[in-house]
Write a protein that binds this ligand. Sequence first.
Ligand code: AMP
Ligand code: FE
Ligand code: FE
Ligand code: ZN
Length: 289
Amino acid sequence: MNYIDLHTHSTASDGSYKPAEVVRLAKEAGLVAISLTDHDTIDGLPEALAAGAELGVEVIPGVEISAEFAGGDSMHILGYFLDYADGRLDQRLARLKKARAQRNPKIVAKLNALGIPITYEQVEALSGGGQVGRPHIARVLLEGGYVRTFQEAFDLYLRKGGLAFVPKFRFPPAEALAMIREAKGIPVLAHPFTLGLTGAALKDLVKGLKSQGLAGLEVFYSEHSREQEVQYLALARDLDLLITGGSDFHGLNKPEVSLGRFRSQNRLTYELLASLKAWREKEYGLVGA
Ligand code: AMP
Ligand code: FE
Ligand code: FE
Ligand code: ZN
């Protein structure tokens, strides 16, 4: 079968494998296409695309942008088929990178104030040269024996409301959607469960996002239950949104997640990607990847 995975991370953000390694692992896992969707950065794309061309894996240039959202846990917006060489997207993402760079040392300082003597150098050393994210801090906490599990690091310290949480600048959803469209990409709402909404409240929110440019919903996700998949599938059909899916592979920074694999045991096939391409062609008058 032609299996695919449209949500993966590399060392360009908080994954543990380099972009080319993610592509190689995808090949080994028998996938024919993946999208590299690093948080707030497109820096890993050239390497991933080159590796894809070499190994015969189709690599869709993607990104995952954190958007402003008051309720729930987080709102992430994926962008697919980006014209990443255009330059404007990279310029806008630079603002997020700066915010991130300012936040991370503050988290470490808060941990220090709580009596946990980790250093920012340890965190950077673990990040593999790309931008630093909370999962890197979680791993330093785990390896130093300050928490028993990776998840405990988030539950106690790093999650929104945790003891060492520090907020960071995010674009309003409308802006995140617009910058993806400006790069001729397809904007998709990632892992809807992190919004913490169901039923009419979820529908209203997604409808609002659609009016601002949203084109798809990440129905299939490694942590979605079968029931959630069914619920999001119905919502996507109801609102006439594209259906996408991905594992959110982070390598060793999320060891329970494997490329192309889902809690529901579903696999994603190439048809899903074909409908994204058709949408893109229709919307922007473009052909191919
Ligand atoms: P950051 O980009 O630094 O804000 O970190 C975001 C990343 O941290 C997400 O992509 C997840 O990989 C991870 N993360 C966020 N919240 C949690 C949580 N409550 N439990 C586990 N991992 C989380
Ligand atoms: Fe992440
Ligand atoms: Fe995400
Ligand atoms: Zn992700």
